[in-house]
Write a protein that binds this ligand. Structure first.
Ligand code: IVH
Length: 680
């Protein structure tokens, strides 16, 4: 891993940008397409690196930081819509000088003299979620979330429930897309959380999460019951542009009936813009909604047009973020949480304190080395910091911590009392209880049914907790015996015949399912979905893998598989070494009969060749394309190198296409590829 202590701020910002993109890409591959390209361990290393850099440079935490996402939102049931014009994001600045430099860049790009007047607009950066509202003939016809900027989700019915969003507008051109921010006022957020808590429902961490959770609902009546608001700050497709400046357009939108932030102003040059930054920062506590910075835009639209964009951010706009917020309180306790693989994570419990409008009562401590680094103990006064909605952290211990011994490491798991150990060279301490540990059991069941693994619809966290509590399921194989409890389940609150039968059918549909998914679902350390597939491709069945893992030369036999190194091999051997794991595997095989993993190949010119798919495939999913390649005897790879024989590029192909062209690799379209498949 990189040496964070030696990083300059610029290097850190750059690396964080790359990590955000890379981690988001792997999240999508893993969760939405089920085609991860890297191992779980490599993924975890990226996340850890991101966390380490953010801890050292909290002012650089990005809007789209992976640490801000509490897991990846599962592919939502809302349908997808492609934006007529992409929804862009913004470059961030943290210092006044960054803003001056921004203006310098703008002037140089436009070939203006250094003192040339440039009018900017300045307005609060609302901490909500962006939304695009499409009006045709003055009627709202489509509302979409930003999504990845190109494709968002259809939230039309939800948008219609928001009072701030007009259903019809008079005097609008034929096509008008209004873009802005859906948010929840702080007061409404507090009231919603109080109601949720009383009803025993989920409490939201902050207004932004509450707004997102309320807006991205399949059932618009849920959205209707939530107090959402909207501010317009821009536009997308528009059939006739009625004004020549950003401020003119914003005025015009206000005139059409869209709410616009009251602190929107125009300023002449950087110094005036910075003055407005101070004014907004001062007004911040009283605005009644959360903001996390100020957005500056070049006012003249002809200049915006000329400036264009780099990657996904316009050259004509900049987000000037507020510094992270801090507060002081008392660390009341240090608890330990147990994860899926048994990792024990210390969590600090605080005397609740408001930090930038949000009540904070927990802080992450990452691991026990971090407790020693901070030198904290329960009872200490600490300074906590919240940047955006990253899980708050302790940044300093304000009590005298001199001469303290290292914090005692737990010798046993706090949940199941099994021995807890730190592996050589690792900071993490793990519970060795495996499936005996209730905390690990719950996390593992969740993993087993997750999308990348068995993908069992209707068996969510709540049901797993319920069935665990009832003692109906303790381990994955029990899921396949759940039908025995059908009658009892029907008598339980919240379950109806249709929902019960749907769940049982979803489970039945997974009998005889792909062995690689079963293997991944077992949650063996370091065995991600790709590794599971590599292993099943080589061994064909879980039984054969187990035999190899229990054989005379297991490490050599396992590392002989493409993509499997010593760490993975050792983890597989360790897993099958445990009698309780072997028993569980035997039960799973008996109850759910995983289908052997067979790749039937046909004779083709592509046998032995390496193929890479990139860009958006339109007729087939990426999984299917890879399977097609395998069926033709070819290998589907994730990145382009001199060993690549063919790149199949769909729309939006980027760096891989460029590299293939540089290397002289043959490139074809999806259509041409499908013709090859049809030939074989
Ligand atoms: S303008 C082309 N103005 O910030 C520029 N964005 O970090 C598009 N945001 O996705 C954005 N307040 O959702 C703009 N006053 C404001 C904003 C704002 C909040 C959000 C927006 C965007 C994100 C980028």
């Amino acid at each position: 891993m990189v040496d964070v202590a030696r990083m300059s701020e610029a290097e850190a910002a750059n690396r964080l940008m790359r990590l955000a993109r890379e981690i988001a890409k792997h999240d999508r591959l893993y969760h939405d397409r089920d085609t991860p390209e890297i191992s779980d361990a490599d993924y975890d290393a990226l996340v850890a690196e991101n966390r380490a850099i953010e801890a050292a440079f909290p002012q650089l935490v990005r809007d789209d930081s992976p640490s801000k996402r509490v897991g990846h939102l599962p592919s939502s049931p809302l349908s997808k819509v492609t934006h007529a014009k992409p929804m862009l994001s913004l470059d961030n600045a943290f210092e006044a000088d960054d803003v001056r430099e921004f203006l310098g860049r703008v002037r140089r790009f436009l070939k203006l003299v250094p003192e040339a007047p440039v009018t900017l607009t300045a307005e609060p950066k609302i901490d909500g979620l962006s939304c695009s509202l499409r009006y045709e003939g003055g009627r709202l016809v489509l509302a979409a979330t930003r999504g990845d900027g190109s494709v968002g989700e259809d939230v039309t019915a939800n948008a219609r429930t928001i009072d701030d969003i007009p259903e019809t507008v008079e005097g609008a051109p034929q096509v008008l897309e209004v873009r802005g921010e859906v948010y929840m006022a702080t007061e409404d957020f507090a009231a919603l959380n109080a109601r949720q808590e009383k009803a025993g429902e989920k409490v939201f961490a902050n207004p932004r999460n509450a707004a997102a959770g309320s807006f991205r609902q399949k059932d618009a009546s849920v959205t209707k019951a939530r107090p959402l608001r909207f501010f317009a700050h821009g536009w997308g497709e528009i059939s006739a542009l009625p004004r020549e400046t950003q401020s003119g357009m914003v005025d015009w939108l206000r005139g059409l009936g869209f709410p616009v932030d009251p602190m929107f102003v125009t300023c002449e040059g950087a110094e005036a813009a910075l003055e407005h930054y101070d004014a907004i920062q001062e007004a911040r506590p009283d605005l009644g909604y959360e903001i996390d910075g100020v957005v500056y835009k070049v006012d003249r639209l002809d200049w915006q047009e000329r400036l264009g964009q780099v990657a996904r951010a316009p050259r004509w706009a900049l987000a000037h973020k507020f510094p992270a917020e801090q507060a002081e309180t008392v660390l009341e306790a240090i608890d330990i949480q147990v994860g899926r693989t048994g990792k024990l994570t210390p969590v600090g419990r605080l005397k609740p304190i408001g930090v930038g409008g949000v009540i904070v009562s927990n802080v992450t401590l990452h691991n026990f080395d971090e407790i020693d680094r901070l030198g904290v103990r329960p009872g200490d006064r600490v300074r906590v910091q919240r940047a955006g909605d990253v899980i708050p952290q302790i940044v300093a211990n304000l009590s005298d911590a001199a001469g303290r011994d290292p914090y005692p490491r737990p010798a046993t798991c706090p949940v199941c009392d099994s021995e807890a150990v730190a592996e050589e060279g690792e900071v993490d301490i793990r519970c060795t209880g495996g499936l005996i540990c209730p905390a690990q059991r719950f996390e593992r069941l969740k993993h087993f049914v997750s999308r990348g693994a068995m993908d069992i619809d209707g068996l969510g966290e709540k049901s797993i907790a319920e069935f665990l509590e009832l003692g109906w399921i303790e381990k994955p194989s029990d899921i396949f015996e759940l039908h025995r409890h059908r009658e009892a389940l029907l008598k339980r609150e919240g379950w109806k015949e249709t929902s019960v039968d749907k769940l049982l059918a979803a489970i039945d549909a997974r009998r005889g399912f792909d062995a690689a998914r079963f293997l991944f679902g077992l949650g063996i350390r370091h065995v991600g979905a790709v590794t599971a597939r590599d292993l099943m491709k080589a061994f064909g069945s879980i039984e054969a893998l187990q035999e190899a893992a229990r054989g005379e030369t297991p490490i050599a036999d396992l590392t002989a598989v493409d993509g499997v190194g010593e760490v993975v091999a050792q983890a597989v051997v360790d897993f099958f070494h445990e009698p309780h794991n072997r028993e569980e595997v035997a039960r799973l095989i008996a109850r759910a009969a995983p289908a052997p993993y067979v790749v039937e190949t046909v004779d083709s010119d592509w046998a032995g060749k390496t193929i890479v798919f990139t860009g958006k495939l339109e007729a087939v999913s990426r999984d299917e394309a890879k399977a097609q390649a395998e069926r033709l005897g070819a290998k589907a790879a994730g990145s382009v190198s001199s060993k690549t024989d063919l790149l199949v590029a769909g729309p939006g192909a980027g760096s891989k296409l460029k590299k293939a062209q540089e290397l002289g690799v043959r490139v074809m379209s999806e259509e041409e590829w499908l013709a090859e498949v049809a030939k074989a």
